[in-house]
Design a protein around this ligand. Structure first.
Ligand code: GLC
Length: 813
């Protein structure tokens, strides 16, 4: 039986089972009733149904917003996430007896009147997303909920960091930021809440953003195979529908709505070494020295909570670090940036000269209990208080706390525990009725603010750093997040475990983060809890090359986990991969710059570029890194062989330049030093010589790897790597292309913007897939001799002087 026939039969079942539907979510709800009146607006309609009002309006072309006010009065329109102005397209409203139709040039929203049910259709009249007929939108006390039909072949992605497979179908999720030490594949929730998902079916996608910061939950078919449902324990029923149908368009539009990741400092894309904790300072020097002696590239060392006095944020333990300032300077001289942890909890330490407490107390910045008393609870420093980051004046108080560290030359800051984590309580966080004050003088209970608390914490840090160093791009690392937190901070996947299963599940977590608008992510390389066997650490250091943040981190009491640890014979392999990361930095930084503009994540599920390829819909292992690299990493102990498959087109093996197509399904057993890595035919990849840190100027030419194929292009973006000069045009962008004709292949370079003088002048171009020795190579009109042919590798290497602007080079057969 064909899938579509099964689909048709299944689609009849909901109606048959309608009477039998007894959803746990459906119990006790008041469902919206019939539409009694329709008020037309420029951007859509407001419907009255009993006591309720339902607003269906266009936010932007192809983006529809639905708001429900059960008692008829909409609260003040407010969002922690949405920063884009709504700008409705021309909207047509057709009101008839049974239905109201609201449309723009991309979407038709058909609202049935009795009862009120919302259908989103494309312009060809196909239903894309529809309310479940037996379960109209509903509320119960403070709770709100919707139910949507769930087609048999539809898959779901996004929702932030929930562990488990990439595809969210057949599972249910709670969104509630939670400190989840040593989480498992089945642990839910963990640290972040991003209530945005993409539905994808047979190459077509739509998106939904349920902008509600209370505890929300999403059930994609656990409750019923026929519908999915999402709702919240409070706040507004307020969601956006993105018509797509390209998944890429949806991610980009969502990022436009909630905010882009700013271009990070270049050094943050280098290798970073961390542990809980490096101390005393002699150990920090030893780590730095070992990297440099072994010539393993490194850009950052992290200091975890033990550098502090009694774990009190913004202090330094002078017994462990008597020459703290000098150490930061010495590291910096070696091209190593220091990142300090500065958790948000402030030690409850009255009258001891602890400035963050005393000044905070004086300025009344700390969160209060429902009864108005100061909320004090244990975290790392013991009894602690918590700044009320929802207030602008509190964020303004927090920022200057970084002044001394910034003055010492500390490069980045790590805001951990910002769910917020609280010890010695089963809820792992503060009481839900604690009060958060708002700028307008009102206040909200913690239940309304919990999921954005970490976001407001890193907002304060980010904005504070910008004030202290106005022309330096801040680097902040956060653990908790809500939609849009990427505006302020990079993130990592929290306290994972040193097991093979954890390296495996790190990829779907990061891919779903990227789809949720959050591209700058990493996982603790090697695993946080426990100690990795040697092969696992090696594999993880290999995988990390293709993670946006590449940071080795581990917990207290675990074995050392630096790249040279546990099996000396594996050190060369680990070093080679860290070097590969540095060789790829021109490509990575160029791709990151694209990410900061468009929202397209660096780590992309294959379907984001190739939505038709259903084979990749449930692929938890493979991904694209930037637009042109396909990574099929080894994330198992390799007892079994690995299956390799390819998206449409031709793909070159990065190592051997062998060519594969989508017809090839291979089984291989990569050695411990091999990562299956492929390049899209048609890619032009900029690479550079190995450096020991991003502060070092590479010696030698820019390497340009040309992989001829369709849509042959590449580009290179460079700037000073740390200031905002690029916003004023101080950057370099060179675009490359290649064209194959009868008997020749021509590669062109075109400088689009020459506002920055790069380190390189000369180019070493490597053209792959050249099957026989060329007759001649020309640069411009000139026949040149500075080239060679590698017959076994089918590769031509051409050396070009002064080639950082416009040129053409042709290879003639
Ligand atoms: C939390 C963090 C971890 C850090 C530790 C000590 O567990 O997730 O990364 O090392 O706290 O600060």
């Amino acid at each position: 039986m064909s899938i579509s026939r099964i689909g048709r039969r299944w689609s009849l079942l909901p109606a048959m089972l309608c009477a039998a539907v007894t959803s746990v979510y459906a119990q006790g709800w008041q469902h919206v009733g019939n539409v009694q009146s329709v008020e037309k607006r420029n951007d859509g309609v407001v419907l009255t149904a009993g006591s309720a009002k339902v607003q269906v309006t266009f936010f932007r072309p192809g983006i529809v917003r639905v708001r429900v006010a059960p008692k008829g009065a909409f609260p003040k329109d407010f969002s922690w996430a949405v920063i884009e102005e709504g700008k409705a397209p021309a909207v047509t409203v057709k009101d008839s007896k049974d239905q109201v139709e609201v449309s723009d040039t991309e979407v038709v929203v058909r609202v049935k009147k009795s009862p009120l049910l919302i259908n989103f259709e494309d312009k060809q009249g196909n239903t894309v997303l529809a309310d479940e007929a037996s379960l109209p939108m509903a509320w119960s006390g403070e709770r709100v909920r919707v139910w949507k039909q769930m087609p048999l072949l539809e898959n779901y992605y996004g929702l932030g960091d929930h562990p488990g497979s990439l595809n969210r179908r057949n599972r249910a999720f709670t969104l509630w930021n939670t400190d989840s030490f040593a989480f498992q594949e089945s642990t839910d929730p963990i640290y972040k809440s991003i209530p945005f998902f993409i539905g994808l079916k047979e190459g077509k996608a739509y998106g939904v953003f349920f902008d509600n910061a209370y505890r929300t939950n999403f059930d994609f078919g656990l409750e019923s195979p026929f519908y999915y449902t999402f709702g919240s324990e409070g706040g507004e029923l307020n969601y956006y529908y993105f018509a797509g149908p390209e998944p890429k368009k949806i991610v980009e539009e969502f990022v436009d709505m909630v905010g882009h990741t700013p271009l990070p400092p270049y050094w943050t894309l280098g290798f970073q070494q961390s542990r809980y904790s490096y101390y005393p300072e002699a150990r920090v020097y030893e780590i730095a020295k070992t990297f440099r002696e072994k010539k393993i590239p490194l850009d950052a060392i992290y200091l975890d909570i033990d550098y502090q006095q009694g774990y009190a944020p913004f202090t330094v333990n002078r017994e462990y670090f008597p020459h703290f300032e000098q150490m930061i300077g010495d590291l910096s001289k070696q091209g190593i940036h220091t990142v300090l942890i500065t958790d948000l909890h402030i030690k409850h330490d009255p009258d001891k000269g602890y400035l963050p407490y005393d000044s905070g107390s004086k300025a009344d910045v700390f969160i209060k209990r429902a009864d108005g008393s100061l909320y004090v609870a244990p975290v790392w420093p013991g009894p602690s208080v918590f700044p009320d980051f929802t207030l602008t004046r509190v964020r303004d108080w927090w920022g200057p706390l970084y002044k001394d560290f910034v003055g010492m030359g500390v490069s980045g800051f790590w805001n951990d525990m910002n769910e917020p984590a609280v010890f010695e309580t089963v809820t792992k966080t503060m009481p839900l009725d604690n009060r958060h004050r708002l700028d307008d003088g009102s206040s909200l209970p913690h239940s309304a603010v919990h999921n954005v608390f970490g976001m407001q914490n890193v907002r304060a840090t980010h904005d504070g750093l910008l004030k202290l160093r106005p022309n330096e791009r801040p680097f902040v690392l956060t653990r908790a997040a809500y939609a849009g937190t990427q505006r302020y901070a990079a993130t990592w996947t929290g306290d994972n475990i040193s097991t093979w299963n954890h390296i495996r599940i790190s990829t779907p977590i990061m891919l779903n983060m990227g789809l949720s608008g959050y591209p700058l992510v990493g996982s603790d390389i090697g695993g946080f809890a426990g100690s990795p066997p040697s092969d696992l650490l090696t594999r993880w250091l290999e995988l990390g090359v293709f993670n946006p943040i590449y940071r080795d981190h581990t917990a207290k009491g675990t074995a050392n986990q630096e790249p040279w640890e546990n099996t000396p014979s594996q050190e060369p392999t680990r070093k080679r991969y860290i070097e590969l990361r540095y060789r790829l930095l021109p490509y990575i930084y160029t791709s990151m710059e694209e990410t900061s503009r468009t929202g397209m994540p660096l780590m992309r599920p294959v379907f984001l570029e190739y939505p038709q390829l259903v084979d990749f819909y449930t692929d938890d292992r493979d991904f694209l890194f930037g637009p042109d690299l396909l990574v099929e990493p080894v994330v198992t102990e390799m007892i079994d062989a690995a299956e390799l498959k390819f998206p449409t087109g031709t793909w070159y093996d990065f190592w051997s330049a062998a060519k594969f197509t989508e017809k090839d399904h291979l089984t291989t057993k990569p050695g411990l030093d091999e990562v299956p890595l492929f390049v899209r035919a048609g890619a032009i990849l900029p690479m550079q010589p190995v450096i020991q840190s991003t502060s070092e100027t590479p010696v030698g030419p820019l390497e340009l790897r040309v992989y001829p194929g369709e849509n042959c292009r590449g580009s290179l973006y460079q700037d000073d790597g740390h200031t905002f000069g690029y916003e004023k045009g101080e950057f370099l962008r060179v675009n490359y292309s290649c064209v194959a004709a009868q008997g020749s292949l021509t590669v062109s370079s075109k400088g689009e913007k020459l506002g920055y003088q790069p380190w390189w002048k000369d180019v070493e171009m490597k053209v792959f897939g050249v099957e026989s020795k060329p007759r001649e190579v020309r640069v411009g009109e000139q026949s040149v001799n500075d080239w060679s042919y590698d017959e076994a590798g089918e590769m031509v290497t051409v050396h070009m002087k002064d080639a950082n602007r416009d040129w053409t080079a042709s290879i003639r057969y």
